[in-house]
Design a protein around this ligand. Structure first.
Ligand code: GDP
Ligand code: MG
Length: 784
């Protein structure tokens, strides 16, 4: 039978993993290997994908892919899963761990004083790399409980150690790259040759995490294993015999808890020591001559001998290269430049192994690694009883991914977020903020009038800067509140669930569940949303998702909506704003259907993802994120938006002879922006002042508001100068038209210049049509 034939709650043992190519590799790397036990936990609300539990963690898989996995049904989970061993194996550790005794300290030949020690932080997704990075460096990178939050490498210095640099890399499950960010990690370790690797291992999930560790050890560079999340392991009655593990792995192992900053100092000591003394792993040979007749063992060693000279010439660690060659890694094969004879020999050796072992090459290698890991775990890990965190997650999931509750709750959660942001918390804070700014502005106004300051400068400061920048600043609270909720979603692990139950829907528009993440992030800001598409394993999905993010209304557009809504719909404002968001999503779906038919035919890649346990986001992390966002916003307000406002003020106050104009219609700005007026007339926005505000919105969306305020200051502000209908058309146009410069720049980085220009034109076109439609419908309804 296949995995797909299992019923919910049943457990089975995997016999064979079919399928092909990169996806199959990914399965094997995630621990879906012959011999492993899987339990079928549940189906997503729409019947696909399925949630499985194996090696003590949750994995999602589409049913169509499960068809390729052959299994035999087991009566009950075998006793080794989740068993509790006698308490005496539990060792109390100082801090959290036994002192790593592995290496004699201070012996051998150190690198010369003052050598820059470069470290790479490598580990599975969600193992706590970024949390540890922040502890090590004292910086504040964004932490999230979702596979793929760190998408680019980040560098820092270990605090207190000047000659060090440490790089936080995206999470990987193995050294065979599956998505483009995984390649970033692998290439960093292989090509930039850091002096040492800090391998972070999630202690609550040692089995799967060690798979990567083994491949790192094969690289023959100094490695220290940081066993993270020890608090959770120990808290649930588990323990690790650290010294035994060090003996088996041949590298120092340091138990830590990154969130609690426990064991981190000790980790630093060990890391610096192994880097300075270049202590390489004592063990790189994990194949066992006694394992299934030793077929894999003989094959590996034969290949090692065959390619030794090539690997040296290519600068690749020979054991690592041999392993990857056997698995059929094309990138490594290229680098080694084997001649035809050697290639044939290689193929013979591998074929022989496949016959003897009765498994194909990838599965045989994965199996070899996992059987070594099995021995390590048996020897030194006391499994915890089912963790509190996991039981809690299961309970929460019964509701949040339940068959009938998942989607209603998702809508309710999003609705609640919007309601709280716009109607309760954000709005309340915003009123407070706006009142403060107004008071300050009035104060300055009277003071300057009193001091008899030149009217032009007075105008610039009061009508330009205070009106303009101030109107934008007052939206800071809403934006921060919105980011607060988005980061809660992300850090708690909920977004991963959303990806899980939305997969089937997203497949209908040609994407996979994973694409939901960039889109939800896009509600915050398009720039990180575009970056986060790097976690998507296929180029097609990546491009398509990037093209859809502009439809997700970012927080910078909020001031525009809120500004008009406050004027036209003082009471039901949050409904109108929510409607705008929904409109963006609906048009995004239409666009996706269009893209699917035209630009991106073909299937979305399969959906294999880990579902992490729910975790309470750390207060410190959340606060830091909010501070970052607030800072970012303030910086923009006082740079781009301020400049745009001043420039606009200047252009509207002077004519081409640099004389102050009495009527702004005679100004330079009226002449310049007037060119665009005919284009916007059909939308009911045929006023040069509105055109100007939209142009400035390209720099930063918030400045649409500030510019309108400045330009219409003589007519009681932007809102007063518009009708309900033209304001509606303007909102819809702002929702959809080109993303700001920063977003376009990041799209250009990902897709290239041509695509970036195309996005600008396309979004403007869509926005124009949509705004026209709004106007026509409004006129039919007798508005405006
Ligand atoms: P990354 O994907 O490897 O960069 O992982 P993150 O640093 O983003 O962390 C993933 C999740 O694990 C976050 O929710 C962290 O708060 C949590 N976490 C990290 N380290 C620890 C730890 O030592 N103990 C516990 N209980 N949670 C941790
Ligand atoms: Mg990270």
């Amino acid at each position: 039978m296949t995995l797909n034939d299992l019923k919910i709650g049943q457990t089975a043992r995997i016999n064979a993993v079919g399928g092909e190519g990169a996806l199959r590799r990914h399965f094997l790397d995630m621990g879906v290997i012959p011999g492993a036990e899987v339990s079928f936990v549940k189906l997503a609300p729409m019947g696909d994908p399925m949630e499985l539990r194996l090696h003590g963690y949750e994995l999602t898989l589409r049913r169509a892919d499960a068809e390729h996995i052959q299994v035999t049904l087991l009566d009950a989970p075998s006793s080794s899963e989740g068993s509790i061993r006698p308490k005496e194996r539990h060792a109390e550790h100082p801090g959290l761990g036994q002192e790593g005794k592995y290496h004699p300290k201070g012996s051998g030949d150190p690198l010369p004083e003052g050598t820059l020690l470069r470290f790479a932080l490598v580990g599975n997704q969600n193992s706590g790399k970024t949390t540890l990075f922040n502890q090590l460096t004292g910086s504040n990178q964004h932490v999230g409980n979702f596979p793929g939050v760190t998408v680019d490498r980040k560098d820092g210095m270990i605090r207190g150690h000047r000659d060090t640099s440490i790089t936080d890399l995206p999470g990987i499950y193995s050294m065979s790259p599956y998505s483009s960010e995984e390649l970033v990690s692998r290439n960093f370790v292989l090509n930039e040759k850091p002096q040492a690797v800090i391998n972070i291992v999630d202690a609550t999930n040692i089995h799967r995490n060690l798979y990567l560790t083994m491949q790192l050890l094969e690289l023959n560079i100094p490695v220290v294993v940081a066993l993270n999340m020890m608090d959770e392991l120990v808290g649930n009655g588990g323990s690790v015999d650290i010294n035994a593990m060090e003996d088996l792995l041949g590298v120092p192992v340091v138990p830590i808890s990154a969130v609690r900053n426990e064991g981190v100092d000790e980790l630093i000591q060990h890391a610096i020591h192994i880097a300075r003394y270049q202590e390489r792993p004592l063990r790189q040979d994990f194949c066992d001559a006694g394992d299934h007749g030793g077929a894999v063992h003989r094959c590996l060693h034969a290949v090692i001998h065959l390619i030794e000279d090539h690997a040296e010439a290519a600068g690749l660690p020979v054991r690592f290269a041999a392993g990857k060659l056997i698995e059929g890694d094309p990138l490594i094969l290229d680098q080694l430049r084997l001649d035809q004879n050697e290639k044939e020999m290689l193929e013979h050796i591998v074929l022989q192994m496949e016959t003897e072992r009765g498994l194909d090459r990838s599965a045989a290698m994965a199996d070899m690694r996992f059987s070594f890991i099995g021995r390590v775990c048996d020897a030194c890990v006391t499994r915890p009883h089912e963790s509190r965190e996991h039981i809690r997650s299961e309970k929460i999931d019964r509701l949040l991914t339940g068959k009938f509750t998942a989607i209603p709750l998702f809508i309710a959660v999003m609705g609640l977020i919007f309601f709280l942001t716009f109607n309760v918390i954000g709005a309340w804070l915003q009123d407070l903020f706006a009142a403060g700014i107004e008071a300050l502005s009035a104060l300055v106004d009277t003071a300057m009038t009193g001091a008899g300051i030149n009217p032009a400068i007075h105008g610039l400061i009061v009508n330009g800067i205070f009106e303009g920048v101030g109107s934008v600043l007052s939206f800071l609270p809403i934006i921060v509140t919105m980011f607060f909720f988005l980061s809660l979603l992300e850090d708690s692990g909920y977004i991963a669930r959303v990806a899980f139950f939305m997969d089937k829907l997203l497949r209908k528009i040609g994407l996979s569940g994973r694409s939901i993440v960039p889109m939800l992030i896009g509600f915050g800001c398009t720039v990180p949303a575009v970056m986060s598409t790097r976690t998507l394993p296929s180029d097609r999905d990546r491009r398509m998702t990037i093209l859809l993010t502009p439809f997700m209304s970012c927080t910078a557009k909020l001031p525009i909506y809120a500004f008009f809504v406050a004027a036209f719909f003082p009471r039901r404002g949050w409904l109108v704003i929510t409607a705008l968001y929904v409109l963006g999503i609906l048009l995004g779906i239409l666009a996706a259907l269009l893209y699917k038919r035209t630009l991106f035919t073909g299937e979305a890649v399969t959906f294999v993802m880990e579902l992490p346990n729910y975790r309470l986001p750390g207060l410190r992390n959340v606060l830091h994120l909010l501070w970052e966002k607030a800072k970012d916003f303030l910086q923009r307000a006082f740079s781009v938006i301020l400049i745009a406002t001043v420039v606009v003020w200047f252009l509207k106050s002077f004519n081409f002879h640099f004389n102050l104009v009495a009527d702004t219609h005679d100004s330079m700005l009226a002449a310049i922006a007037g060119v665009l007026v005919p284009l916007f007339r059909p939308l009911g926005l045929g006023d040069w002042r509105i055109c100007t505000s939209l142009i400035s919105g390209f720099m930063a969306k918030e400045s649409v508001v500030s510019v309108l305020e400045v330009l219409f200051s003589d007519r009681g502000g932007g809102a007063a100068a518009m009708t309900t209908l033209s304001a509606a058309a303007l909102r819809v146009f702002s929702l959809l038209y080109t993303p700001c410069v920063a977003a376009i720049a990041s799209i250009r980085r990902e897709l290239g210049r041509r695509w970036a220009v195309a996005v600008v034109l396309w979004q403007c076109g869509v926005a124009w049509l949509a705004a026209l439609l709004v106007r026509l419908i409004g006129m039919l309804l007798g508005l405006g």
